[in-house]
Design a protein around this ligand. Structure first.
Ligand SMILES: [Zn+2]
Length: 394
């Protein structure tokens, strides 16, 4: 499969918002050229026709827990490999392995194990690195995190944790009002790591100060933060008003009401991103995990504790795209941009991922007319097909 010409498909360009037929030339795992329909393709390119499919860049998930939440560190590599393989069926070709709040005594070793598991993750979707969701968050906005694992940032102890994640550390969700958060923000800015606001009750003033220290994103907007009040705008008010901030959202219809999704999409426009915050627990009743005991109703429902607390979604980014279109009435290219170009840009990998530009990796999510993933390509080769012919390209 060194040189292929993919024909008769519509290509979804997140930069321009265009969905148009073209022929894409793929060589050595990368997009070599884009030709207009009817342009001649020389005989050394193997033709592959994909009529009826709309092809998007592979989806990029900034917030994915998967099996990690119910797996001990010594088996993280196995859990991550399973997750990386499974998400191909949802069109995701890259993700950040996302932690939960581990107790102080376990944090360093768990981060270390996660970094090594990310390095070892060689097939399926690409693990782009680590997203630490806490533990430096607010005890007043724990979401499903274990309250006793939440704590302030102590540079003398916690810089070592960041160092153990090393180059693999790409994103940290934090609460800027907790003690030591300024030192954490400075350390992240030094390392070029995305600092994201989440699990927080920060005021506008505290958020402004954090933005001045490099904070630029909001994690799962509306969840695990205070509400929008007209005299206390909090995090939702800050992100709606401040164009410097982007925000991601769990678009499963459970974490955020569809009408709030619609309002958010209208207000944020290109600043809106989609994540899954997916949690994969064994398929049986109430099961214990790092997030406590949780169960769910039906296969599509989110995980909940007995008291109703949401523990994570069962969402794939393909479902998030379909829901965003349905809830917010946005067009296909717009919804695709929210989980391709925009997260790639936040991570600074937009020349490589989340795009169909020439020179980028040939990672694709091939969608049928219902928005279902028919086929997923990684590095110029089909790696998953809904019809079960995995690896069979023609
Ligand atoms: Zn999460």
């Amino acid at each position: 499969m060194a040189k292929v010409a993919i024909r008769e498909a519509d290509w979804i360009e997140p930069e321009s918002g265009e969905v148009a037929p073209a022929t894409m030339l793929v060589e050595d795992g990368r997009i070599a050229a884009r030709l207009d329909v009817g342009e001649r393709v020389s005989a050394d390119w193997e033709p592959i026709a994909r009529p009826g499919l709309s092809i998007a860049p592979g989806f990029v998930d900034l917030h994915f827990h998967g099996e990690l939440v119910a797996t001990p560190p010594e088996r993280f590599a196995e859990a991550l490999a399973n997750d990386a393989e499974r998400m191909l069926r949802e069109g995701a070709t890259a993700f950040l392995a996302t932690s939960v709040c581990w107790p102080q005594s376990e944090l360093g070793d768990a981060v270390d194990a996660l970094a090594r598991a990310a390095d070892a993750c060689a097939t399926g979707a690409s693990c782009l690195g680590l997203h630490l969701e806490g533990p430096w968050i607010s005890a007043d906005a724990p979401g499903a995190m274990a309250p006793d694992a939440i704590r302030p940032f102590a540079a003398s102890r916690d810089l070592e944790t960041l160092a153990r994640a090393g180059e693999r550390l790409r994103m940290v969700t934090l609460a800027p009002e907790v003690a030591g958060a300024d030192a954490l923000l400075d350390a992240l800015a030094d390392r070029g790591v995305v600092a994201a606001l989440g699990h927080t009750r920060a005021t506008t003033e505290v958020i402004d100060a954090a933005v001045a220290r490099g904070l630029r994103h909001v994690t799962h907007l509306w969840n695990a933060m205070g509400p929008l009040h007209h005299r206390e705008p909090g995090v939702p008010g800050a992100v709606l008003a401040d164009d410097r901030l982007t925000a991601d959202l769990i678009c499963d219809g459970h974490h955020v009401h569809p009408s709030v999704v619609r309002t958010t999409a209208r207000a944020l426009g290109e600043r809106l991103l989609l994540i899954t915050d997916r949690v994969a627990l064994p398929e049986r009743g109430a099961v214990a995990s790092a997030l406590g005991e949780a169960a769910r109703e039906g296969e599509e429902g989110p995980w909940r504790r007995a008291d109703g607390t949401l523990v994570g979604s069962a969402l794939g980014l393909d479902g998030a795209v379909r829901n965003l279109r349905r809830f917010a009435d946005v067009d296909l290219a717009e919804a695709v941009a929210a989980c391709t170009l925009r997260p790639a840009t936040l991570l600074g990998v937009e020349n490589e991922r989340g795009t169909l530009r020439v020179g980028a990796r040939a990672d694709f999510a091939c969608l049928d007319e219902t928005g279902g993933v028919a086929e997923t390509w990684v590095a110029g080769a089909p790696v998953w097909r809904a019809d079960g012919n995995e690896g069979a390209s023609r």
